[in-house]
Design a protein around this ligand. Structure first.
Ligand SMILES: [Cu+2]
Length: 456
């Protein structure tokens, strides 16, 4: 059975270099706070690296070492519809060999229905985040490296129309704050962290969206959609039930609306296929223990294509049952929604005539299919019109795609004009048992794995 093998004592030169760059960036970012010196690299510097050699079809691979000694490597491209698409995402935890996490990550739809019922857009499939909508970045939008790629003006460029190489991807190493702090009789262990951040900006109508992915030194992947730009000038009324007055006195009710985002996460944890999906739930039993209420939790396998709703204390994980960490635990990643506004995509509601309460899915799991790319209005009609269609045959899950729905109900404020301050929505994929301990324990904690010995 394959095992994620430790690679202790080997710190790539690229990590040291990245750490220096990261510290410079952090020093620029943090004006008033002193940034502590980087912790000494673990072991001696050698040419070995956690980076993997990727053959990327369109652009040079992105490889980034972080302060912790962990490294991310992946391919990227700009899709006319989906905008930034990340592929072959690999993570090498500090001191370990690289493991593939994702086959692909991108947005799968962005619907913006207005509360009056008078307007609705499906921004990804009607206008798209790529092409002319993909904005050229300047130094103000990107403190890191601005990376160029060829962006066709029309579709994928195969119909002509020209295009040009433009800097559209921002690659930054950002200060991630305090990674950990723990003090005991022997002293204080504390470290900051750095994260890799990739972002593009797409202008669709009056809104400008930031597609941002943050790859943590702990192996986490955070997907965020930021919205700025301006409130749509066409969408004002005088109805307090559907808007908020942003003009003087009781005037100019900007119409409330939702930004309903669905991301498409195609897994390849430890290799593509053979993935297992589980849902975790915990609930109070109603019984009282001597000091606190009893709570029971556990996992339920999701063997087939399906949708699931959010609930208190609920999360999901995608696991590779054939790869174990040094503790013998199967490696997995957890899908964490955080706070979100539940929604049912308008097309799903019209198509299925489903839930009257408008509650759709928080996550959906489908078997990967290269023509199933969009949560609704999927362009390849032959393989289904959207997620509910894809999941309808309840195929057995192995090559798993997770669709993650995160909503934001936007009730405008005076401060939204003008321009609008950025508002964010997103979710996190967090490693669970990828390594037997934290990937980068300080030397005093290297032996902590399980219940520590009794302290006298
Ligand atoms: Cu809005």
């Amino acid at each position: 059975m394959p095992e994620l093998s430790p690679r202790r004592g080997v710190v790539p030169a690229i990590v040291a270099a990245a750490a220096i760059v990261a510290l410079v960036v952090a020093a620029i970012l943090v004006v008033e706070q002193a940034v502590p010196a980087a912790p000494a690299p673990r072991g001696e510097e050698t040419k070995a690296s956690g980076a993997v050699d990727l053959e990327c079809p369109e652009n040079e691979p992105i490889t980034q070492g972080l302060l912790s000694g962990s490294t991310w490597t992946m391919c990227w491209r700009i899709d006319p519809d989906r905008g930034l698409v990340l592929q072959d995402v690999h993570f090498a935890p500090a001191g370990h060999e690289a493991v593939q996490v994702l086959a692909e990550l991108s947005i799968g739809q962005l619907e913006v229905p207005y509360d009056t019922g008078l307007r609705n857009t499906e921004d990804i499939t009607t206008q798209g985040f790529g092409g002319r909508q993909m904005m050229t970045l300047t130094e103000t939008e990107c403190l890191g490296e601005r990376i160029e790629t060829y962006v066709p003006k029309i579709g994928d460029g195969s119909m002509g129309g020209g295009g040009e190489r433009r800097p559209v991807l921002c690659q930054e190493v950002v200060d991630g704050g305090i990674a950990y702090r723990s003090s005991d009789g022997a002293g204080t262990e504390v470290a900051r962290r750095t994260d890799l951040r990739l972002a593009t900006i797409s202008k669709v109508g009056w809104y400008e969206y930031v597609s941002q992915y943050t790859f943590g030194s702990d192996g986490s992947i955070r997907s965020d959609l930021g919205a700025t730009g301006d409130l749509s000038p066409e969408d004002y009324g005088d109805d307090p039930a559907h808007g908020w007055p942003v003009g003087p006195g009781d005037t100019d009710y900007a119409t409330s609306h939702s930004h309903n985002a669905v991301w498409r996460v195609h897994w390849a944890l430890g290799g593509q296929g053979g993935q297992v999906v589980e849902q975790y739930d915990a609930a109070p039993t109603g019984e009282q223990g001597p000091r606190s209420p009893l709570v029971e939790g556990g996992l339920t396998r999701i063997p087939r294509e399906s949708t699931a709703e959010a609930a208190d204390r609920r999360w999901w994980r995608v696991m590779n049952p054939d790869v174990r960490n040094a503790d013998g635990h199967q490696i997995s990643y957890q899908v964490e929604l955080g706070a979100t506004t539940p929604f049912e995509l308008t097309k799903d509601h019209q198509h299925k005539g489903r839930n009257a309460d408008g509650a759709g899915y928080a996550v959906a799991f489908t078997e990967a299919d290269d023509c199933q790319l969009f949560a609704t209005a999927n362009k390849e009609g032959t393989c289904g019109s959207g997620v509910l269609d894809f999941a309808q045959d309840e195929a057995e899950l192995s090559d798993v795609v997770t669709w993650v729905a995160v909503g934001f109900h936007h009730v405008a404020r005076d401060e939204d004009q003008s321009p609008m301050e950025m508002h964010w929505q997103g979710f996190t994929l967090t490693p669970r048992d990828l390594t037997a301990q934290r990937a980068d324990p300080p030397s005093a904690r290297e032996d902590v794995n399980g219940k520590p010995p009794e302290v006298p």
